[in-house]
Design a protein around this ligand. Sequence first.
Ligand code: PLP
Length: 378
Amino acid sequence: MMVYLDYAATTIPDRDIYREVEEYFFKFYANPSSFHHFGRQTREILEKERSLLAELLGISAEEVIFCSSGTEANNLAIFGCAYANSHKGKHIISTTVEHKSVLMPLAKLETEGFKVSYLHVNSDGVLNIDDLKRSLTKDTILVSVLVVNNETGVVQPYNEISKIIRSFNDKIIIHYDLVAGFPKVIKKFNEVDANLITISGHKLYAPKGIAILYIKSETKLIPQILGGEQEFGKRAGTENFIGAIFMCKSIKKCIHEQDREWERLWLLRDYFETKLLEKYNTNILIAGKNSVRIPNITSICFKNKNKNAIIEALSEAGVYVSGGSACKSRENQISYVISAMGIPESFATGCIRFSFGRYTTKEEIDYTINKIYEIVKY
Ligand SMILES: Cc1ncc(COP(=O)(O)O)c(C=O)c1O
């Protein structure tokens, strides 16, 4: 049996949508920027999908910027905003548990004279609103927060965060990395007070290499990829036409299924955690268990165990899981997200992320539980 429990790293592409868009790939290969009829026809299809999606998200089409990845979208948000607003101030606020695609641009900005305040999280993975209040200064130009943590599923109090920032200075730009949280906690972008939001296609049953940065109109941003006039002059480069069409259609389906999926995955995750707690009791710790969490991610920390040894053994049994964020999990080191929550080292070294999705079944969960019981002994 093969059990894929690594949906937070990437989802399984939607086969029905693949079949639907396969035809587009060969039929509409013209460059959407070409002036001839074929190019204009291709452009029309792309813009129709963009508009339909924008409507669904409660925003306007010009606010949807297609990028090559969530990483690129985060880079554009951070660098683009910092450089466009540096004359107003050079202070940025973020958290210690962001994805690397936010942390690395911030680290680079620090070498260029920007000051970054990193908010800490408590043992449940949640940032402290009073820390945010204290960190805001007259030089603050940007606050960037990961709404849902991709390792633990913990949700930050984003409405409160926006409220605090706006009441301090409504010119501060708010960026939310919503890659792990869309459409689970936020379905419509106009229902959250943010200037910039990142989402990524491959977490939404679309292919890798396509993402969206929502840029609210009038948000000042300096493009980071220079060239043609594509994406309203905010992101140069011939559009990934087929990727964008696939992602737009896939997002529609994800939004449509969201409520039913939330319920189903909630039951599966609770069942999984309960079974592990029954067996292992105080030998396991569930990261962020007491916080608001999305239902498809659970990070289980096994006491005095080596996570890569468990991942390897599960992999041999056909169960695919991760030891944290996919881009770091090859290294057998403690995740900085888990460390930031103050989880003791004896548990942190054995911390494994199980993430579920649309095709996860109860049978697969039972198989996984049995394999864990066989592999992890105390
Ligand atoms: C929270 C979060 N932000 C950003 C990214 C980067 O997205 P992409 O893989 O499309 O570059 C990821 C990917 O794992 C993520 O989990």
